[in-house]
Design a protein around this ligand. Sequence first.
Ligand SMILES: Nc1ncnc2c1ncn2[C@@H]1O[C@H](COP(=O)(O)OP(=O)(O)OP(=O)(O)O)[C@@H](O)[C@H]1O
Length: 258
Amino acid sequence: MPILTAANLTKIYGSQRGVQHEALHQFHLAVGKGEFIGIMGPSGSGKTTLLNLLSTIDSPTSGTVTIDQTTVTNLSRNKLAAFRRKETGFIFQDYNLLETLTIGENIMLPLTLNKWKVKEMKERLQLVTEQLGIAELVDKRIFEVSGGQLQRAAIARAIIHDPTVIYADEPTGNLDSKASRQVMEALQFLHQEKKTTTIMVTHDPFAASFCGRVIFIKDGRMFNEIHKGDNRQRFFQDILNVQSILGGNTDDFQTVRF
Ligand SMILES: Nc1ncnc2c1ncn2[C@@H]1O[C@H](COP(=O)(O)OP(=O)(O)OP(=O)(O)O)[C@@H](O)[C@H]1O
């Protein structure tokens, strides 16, 4: 049984001049528990729109999203906020860490919001930062560490409360190839260790090659989906092949690397 189901999701954005734009059209998706799924497609195809709907950040014009048997699209504002705090973790391209807090305080934020005891928070912090190789950074401030380290801190924050689903929007978008690899290996490690369901939007075929399945969107509709099998390099090539059929902006094709 899927941990997340999107049924008939349609998103129509309005504009001040009354012109409407359908960014997503009757979209269906079922994500299995423990899946690591990538969402790709040309610029403007609806990737972020889909992620925002799947992650409860935004609500659809019609259709439903169900996560772990809760139909989140039916929840009241307060219940939705509580659900999001407990059941979801987010990783963004620009990290979204608070400059006024240390790295450790940033990572513990979801536990603070969920009212954990200080001792338990510190134990959990130690565990996740060791898993991600950033334990020595917890007392540092944001401006003292590299982009790759910031993104690993953001990953630690996303998983520290053991959410049902982690959502990542272009997690390697600001990183060089070495830091991208470290971040993707960290996500892969957590995925294998903790079996957390992860949904990631990316333009980067290298990042996508760490997923078990990649879906491609075009004009707000499903275009194709491919599965990894046991060879990441072959999957990387498969992703490039679908991208070349799909077309889109040349920016969507990043440096070829394994
Ligand atoms: N708040 C909004 N109001 C109006 N139109 C929007 C809004 N957000 C997105 N759109 C439009 O919906 C379409 C899909 O946007 P979306 O951001 O989901 O695409 P994307 O695939 O994530 O693009 P990119 O790769 O460039 O980030 C685009 O045409 C975009 O201009």
